[in-house]
Design a protein around this ligand. Structure first.
Ligand SMILES: [Zn+2]
Ligand SMILES: [Zn+2]
Length: 209
């Protein structure tokens, strides 16, 4: 993520820390509206690189869908992270996001569409994590950096992928069963994790970052 050519932007200092939502308007939509208006206004900050959409995240019901998994930063130019994006939310996003948004990929990951599909079609076995760059950002987007996948196997997976590393078995499952084969390459990092809400289950993080 580059911040080259960023110049001080006096209007940013006037940003209220907690925008007031008109009655009935969810906080995230109000916040993003505010960010889009600032960016599209005469004093808006613009990075040298676009596409400068500044507001597509307000389309349709996207803020309402994402609100439960996002905890926006006060700084509109910082990423907002999400975790545990689950099957029903993935299915809703697939139905709402335009094809160009779903085609986006990061760091050699599968396209967002494939990750959302994996979560939607395997709701008991896949969660997604990543971040959102809000309408204040010139590169406004939803980024899925990886998936957390249930795979009940006692694999040896080593950080340095030594010759005895068995991560290929997990990646083969992700490709064959979860449909993640349109990644540019296998994840940069694979490691097991315990989910507090799923004790006794074996989950693995596949991360492109
Ligand atoms: Zn811009
Ligand atoms: Zn390995």
């Amino acid at each position: 993520m580059s911040h080259g050519n960023r110049t001080p932007h006096p209007r940013r200092r006037a940003t209220p820390r907690h925008p007031v939502s008109p009655l009935g308007v969810p906080r995230l939509r109000a916040l993003w509206r505010h960010q889009a208006a600032e960016a599209n206004g005469p004093g808006g900050f613009h990075h040298v690189h676009g596409p400068h959409t500044h507001g597509w995240l307000l389309d349709d019901a996207v803020p309402e869908l994402l609100e439960p998994v996002l905890h926006p930063e006060d700084d509109p130019l910082e990423p907002t992270f999400f975790a545990s994006l689950d099957g029903p939310l993935a299915e809703a996003l697939l139905a709402r996001l335009a094809p160009a948004r779903l085609a986006h990929r990061t760091n050699g990951s599968p396209p967002l569409r494939s990750l959302l599909r994996a979560a939607a079609e395997h709701p008991d076995d896949v969660r997604l994590h990543g971040y959102v760059l809000g309408p204040g950002r010139c590169d406004e987007r939803i980024v899925a950096e990886g998936a957390v996948v249930r795979f009940e196997a006692d694999l040896l997976v080593t950080e340095q992928h030594t010759p005895d590393c068995e991560c290929e078995l997990l990646w083969a499952y992700a490709v064959d069963e979860l449909g993640l084969g349109d990644a540019v390459h296998a994840p940069h990092r694979i490691h097991p994790l315990q989910r507090a809400d799923a004790p006794g289950e074996t989950w693995w993080r596949l991360l492109w970052a």
